[in-house]
Write a protein that binds this ligand. Structure first.
Ligand SMILES: Nc1nc2c(ncn2[C@@H]2O[C@H](COP(=O)(O)OP(=O)(O)OP(=O)(O)O)[C@@H](O)[C@H]2O)c(=O)[nH]1
Ligand SMILES: [Mg+2]
Length: 358
């Protein structure tokens, strides 16, 4: 899963990226305008519990790829329709980081921070970028002299999309038929990608819960059903540098119940409809991420292609049962250890051993 961090310059994207991935990329002063990519481990108490029980050589959390895309200055390019925005094309989910924090040393590029204006401007940039893709494709299709029946349908779908975009609708706001979806597969529209808004606040804003135009942001998020994360990237970065023993106390004092990566991951998992299952053993305890409803045979393929090819059955029990009962033996005694076939829909929290033969 890839998450793209986007937004205007100096909103705290690289600070957030460093926090999520544990990297130390230069913030603020970077003149290179490089795109950074790194992996974030998704902390999961279930993995910690299983590692405690099985004492494996290694415990592996689920991983999410994070891409930090620098903001574009208006003098560099027209809006965001440029190569930096293209970097987000491969992302499964976009996070727009907007700036609420005040900082006298690093002034906001547009004067007094107005996170709502940033949000609305960016929404327009995404719509414009999609409009350009659709218009280019329509021009290509309409130029070809003998349109097939299939091409006519394709053109009709694209015109419908264009009409919606012209009215500032996101592609994700439209209800599309299965046939229309088939025609649109492969376009990877920006406004079709799940979006999360991350408002980056300073300490005072974080503790008071107040910043410019918060009401309007809440309304925008509710209207478009876009999840909102209120973060303080720099404060959390500073807390993460404290000795381990002191972190929890500081987080508590600041009213921070969960780390940034935990909050982002659970929002992203919900939005993308993905869940985790686990494999356990003396060598490795590991979390795997799959789409909700994935069948056992496909889930096996996530672990190893041989397991999918030679799938025989899945031995399954649930993390909650193990935690409640304390041992695998008791789970078995209570009849909660099951054998499932290839069509079994894997559930969040399943612990699975795949039997296979190749
Ligand atoms: N006060 C305060 N400053 C922050 C916060 N987050 C980031 N900053 C500062 O804002 C400046 C810009 O942060 P970056 O993380 O480099 O911003 P960016 O969005 O990556 O900027 P570009 O890469 O230029 O688009 C740095 O000096 C950060 O230390 C915050 O929550 N509070
Ligand atoms: Mg940056």
């Amino acid at each position: 899963m890839e998450i793209g961090l986007l937004g205007q310059p100096l909103t705290g994207k690289t600070t957030f990226f460093n926090l999520l991935t544990g990297m130390g990329q230069e913030t603020c002063l970077s003149k290179k305008r490089d795109v950074y990519t790194a992996v974030a481990q998704v902390p999961d108490e279930r993995v910690d519990y299983l590692a405690h029980l099985y004492r494996p050589q290694k415990a592996i959390y689920a991983q999410v790829q994070i891409k930090d895309i620098p903001g574009v200055y208006q003098c560099d390019a027209a809006g965001m329709s440029n190569k930096h925005l293209e970097e987000a094309r491969t992302a499964d989910l976009l996070v727009q980081v907007v700036r609420a924090f005040h900082d006298d040393v690093v002034a906001n590029i547009a004067g007094e921070p107005d996170p709502y204006k940033e949000l609305a401007d960016f929404a327009t940039d995404l719509v414009l970028a999609d409009m350009i893709s659709v218009e280019n494709q329509l021009a290509r299709l309409e130029e070809s002299r003998k349109p097939s029946c299939n091409a006519s349908l394709h053109i009709a779908v694209l015109r419908r999309i264009l009409h919606a975009l012209e009215n500032e609708q996101r592609v994700s706001d439209l209800i599309l038929t299965e046939e229309e979806k088939l025609h649109l597969a492969g376009y990877n529209f920006f406004t079709e990608k799940p979006l999360v808004i991350a408002v980056n606040m300073d300490e005072k804003q974080f503790t008071t819960g107040m910043y410019t135009n918060r009401d309007k942001i809440l309304e925008f998020a509710a209207n478009h059903q876009i999840p909102l994360l209120e973060i303080s990237a720099r404060m959390e970065m500073e807390i993460s540098r404290l000795p381990l023993g002191e972190r929890a106390e500081f987080m508590h004092a600041m009213g921070l119940n969960e780390s940034g990566i935990c909050r982002l991951a659970s929002t992203a998992y919900n939005l993308l409809g993905v869940v985790s299952f686990f494999t356990v053993g003396a060598v490795e305890v590991r979390a795997w991420t799959i789409r909700k409803g994935t069948i056992a045979k496909k889930a096996a393929g996530k672990v190893h292609s041989d397991m999918e090819r030679g799938f025989i059955r899945a031995e399954v029990f649930h993390f909650e049962d193990l935690k409640n009962l304390g041992s695998v033996a008791t789970v078995r005694e209570k009849g909660l250890f099951r054998l499932e076939g290839k069509e079994y829909a894997v559930k969040d929290g399943d612990i699975i051993n795949f039997r296979f033969n190749v």
